[in-house]
Design a protein around this ligand. Structure first.
Ligand code: AMP
Ligand code: MG
Length: 353
């Protein structure tokens, strides 16, 4: 299929932009799948009520059918159409962080969204994205829009329209290009069907931010422990990964350089991912800087671009420094650990300088 392309800026109601949003929304109304920008990453959207439409998302991405989708809404009325039993803490979170990078899990209203969206669960994941083009598209299409990230399943999520086209050109009906996304990692997913609520996936809103509003929240043990079974079905899959094997390396810069040197001596082409503070110190075949230890928000913004930039460079192995875990750093480390299939090489005590 030919993928239609529209380019809009944040002034979505302008004479230039609005007709393009209307065209994209017409495709959603015809049960087609269309990629669009959100503040986290690009989404691949379709009418959440239609089996036919939602099936196109799974087909284009090659996404396993047991991994449910987040439903994107533009108004609180749309939440009432699809979810029931909304708890007091959930109300507080919505009113604080929506629109924004926070997904809440509720019991679903029977029949309101396609069973493909929820992968047969009795719950539904919902968020209101903080992006004018996303909100305008949802409003204009007249439907809540189911949308996972607009990448091939398993690949790093797309933070530019070019990333989407690299993965899905010809496989989706259209793409709305709204420029690079702001947050750069996906939303935080919080299960609000239990008390206290449980973080199932760290993301754009930190645990600290959430606890400041509703007090203690739990965390799915599977986030820290690769052996336990995650409550968010999608968290069990290897994800966010470049083609070459990735290893986290936790130690001093000189020790990491020695690991790189050993691999290069053995004839391997080595990639290195590191924050701006140390990136320029490494000698490897491909060195990619990612934000800065002092500015986790910037590291989050550039993480997926950095992981994608190892593609087509012919590297055999990629090492990545570990990043601080505070705030959005929890999401950065969660994505890196998944991309690395939890492989982490720690500097032995005896080698520490
Ligand atoms: P993505 O759409 O790729 O950002 O992934 C959405 C994440 O939310 C995946 O990890 C899903 O497994 C998770 N998710 C979606 N719906 C539910 C649900 N009803 N219960 C638990 N996790 C969910
Ligand atoms: Mg995804």
């Amino acid at each position: 299929m030919k993928t239609k392309y529209w380019s809009v800026d944040n002034d979505v109601n302008s004479e230039k932009n609005y007709p393009q949003i209307v065209e994209a929304a017409q495709l959603i109304k015809k049960n087609e799948a269309v990629a669009f920008p959100t503040e986290t990453v690009y989404g691949l959207g379709a009418n959440a009520a239609s089996d036919e439409a939602v099936a196109k998302i799974f087909a284009a991405k090659g996404r396993p059918a047991d991994n449910p989708l987040i439903v994107h809404i533009a108004t609180f009325q749309q939440l009432e159409q699809i979810a029931v039993d909304i708890s007091e803490p959930a109300m507080k979170l919505m009113h604080t962080f929506w629109p924004g990078p926070l997904t809440l899990i509720f019991y679903k209203k029977p029949g309101a969204v396609s069973d493909l969206v929820t992968a047969g669960l009795d719950t539904v994941a919902v968020r209101m994205p903080d992006h004018p083009a996303a909100l305008a598209l949802i409003r204009e299409s007249g439907h809540p829009i189911a949308a996972p990230s607009a990448n091939k399943s398993g690949k790093p999520s797309p933070t530019t329209a070019k990333h989407v086209l690299d993965d899905l050109d010809g496989a989706v009906s259209g793409i709305v290009d709204g420029g690079p996304t702001g947050v750069g990692v996906e939303s935080t997913v919080v299960d609000c069907t239990v008390e206290p609520p449980v973080i199932l996936r760290p993301g754009g809103i930190s645990k600290e931010d959430i606890e400041a509003i509703i007090g203690h929240v739990a965390e799915d043990p599977a986030i820290a422990n690769a052996e336990s079974k995650p409550k968010a079905p999608g968290m069990k899959y290897r994800h966010y990964a470049p083609a070459a094997p990735l290893y986290l390396v936790d130690g001093e810069q000189q020790w990491i350089q020695r690991l790189i040197d050993e691999q290069m001596k053995a004839g391997l082409k080595v990639g290195m991912l590191a924050p701006g503070e140390t990136a320029s110190l490494y000698k490897a075949d491909v060195v990619v800087p990612c934000g800065s230890k002092a500015d986790p928000k910037r590291s989050a913004q550039t993480l997926y671009q950095a992981l994608r930039s190892f593609e087509n460079k012919g590297v055999d192995i990629i090492y990545s420094e570990v990043f601080p875990r505070a705030g959005v750093g929890a999401a950065i480390m969660n994505r890196l650990e998944k991309a690395a299939s939890h492989r982490c090489i720690k500097q032995p005590m005896k080698d520490q300088g």
